[in-house]
Design a protein around this ligand. Structure first.
Ligand SMILES: [Zn+2]
Ligand SMILES: [Zn+2]
Length: 316
């Protein structure tokens, strides 16, 4: 009895194992076939999906730049900027909300985005945006951080308006900022020597990168004259970056820029050097390059060296 029962159990057990194995093999084969088939369809669809994400990433450059420009425009209309990175991120988030709705309409893709950071970079001419993006379309998904560099060339210089508020007599046309007596008043408040030299000073408004590089050649021929005429900006470790300029910082830890403020004066006394980070932060003195020129720059020795100009002090 027992041996017959055992034999029966063995046969039943073996059959069960065989049946289960067979079912597993069938499932595996069917799945593999499905997988191969859907992979072909997916590769076409995912190319399209990838294109949409790339397209979205490309748009970030202009959207980021527009967001910075909007923040600067607020500053030019007497709005103080406390945290430029946070405020620009907020503006960009608003813009992306519209763009996401547009993409849903156009491509049937569901995008959720959030600006992670707005950062200064190792060049003063670019601002880095990082945006966390989650996207779904049919069964495809993207979840990652998109990065984009936006140029600040061609935007307005925020620093003068951040330092000397709009109601305090500062104005501009399409390319120059005019200080009237406000910059002299600002320097008086900061105990600068011969602050009167900066009555009627002006400075370039639009950020343009100086092409005369290396800068030490500014002393050659008409180079300085051309640079001043065009209102070019220069790279500078001591000068502040665009994002810190918005916050009214004359200097910052990031790689920044500097520009010459143009004095317009008969006074020849030693006074603050006319480089903007010196005027708005360091306030050390310089001398007129040419005492007989009413529009002469007033420069300290180290900036003369940087631009290849002869320091007036050396000539007596
Ligand atoms: Zn230059
Ligand atoms: Zn900075």
């Amino acid at each position: 009895m027992n041996s017959i029962d055992n034999r029966g159990n063995i046969i039943t057990g073996t059959t069960a194992i065989l049946v289960v194995s067979l079912i597993l093999i069938v499932i595996f084969v069917v799945n593999s076939l499905n997988y191969i088939e859907s992979e072909n369809i997916d590769s076409i669809a995912s190319d399209n999906f990838k294109y949409i994400i790339d397209d979205y990433n490309k748009n970030l450059e202009q959207l980021g730049r527009d967001s910075i420009a909007e923040e600067t425009d607020k500053l030019y209309h007497a709005h103080k900027v406390k945290d430029s990175r946070k405020e620009i991120a907020k503006i960009l988030n608003g813009k992306l909300k519209d763009v996401n709705a547009e993409y849903r309409e156009k491509y049937g893709i569901d995008i959720r985005s959030e600006v992670v950071s707005v950062e200064s970079t190792d060049t003063p001419w670019k601002v880095l945006f990082k945006v966390r993006v989650k996207a779904d379309k049919d069964s495809q998904q993207f979840d990652g951080v998109l990065e984009s560099n936006s140029s600040i060339e061609g935007l307005n210089d925020p620093l003068p308006y951040a330092m000397i508020t709009a109601y305090n007599n500062i104005n501009h046309d399409d390319k120059t900022i005019y200080y009237f007596e406000s910059l002299a008043q600002y320097l008086l408040k900061h105990n600068a020597k011969s602050y009167e030299s900066y009555i009627l000073a002006s400075s370039p408004m639009i950020i343009k990168k100086c092409p005369y590089d290396p800068y030490v050649h500014h002393g050659d021929g008409n180079t300085l004259k051309e640079c001043l005429k065009n209102g070019y900006f220069h790279e500078s470790r001591d000068g502040s970056c665009y994002l810190c300029r918005l916050e009214g910082k004359g200097t910052c830890p990031h790689y920044g820029m500097e520009v010459f403020i143009h004095p317009h004066t008969l006074i020849t006394n030693e006074t603050v050097s006319c480089v903007d980070h010196v005027i708005f932060h360091d306030r050390y003195n310089g001398k007129k390059l040419d005492e007989n020129d009413i529009n002469s720059l007033i420069l300290d020795e180290s900036h003369c060296k940087k631009y290849g100009l002869v320091y007036n002090g050396q000539q007596g």
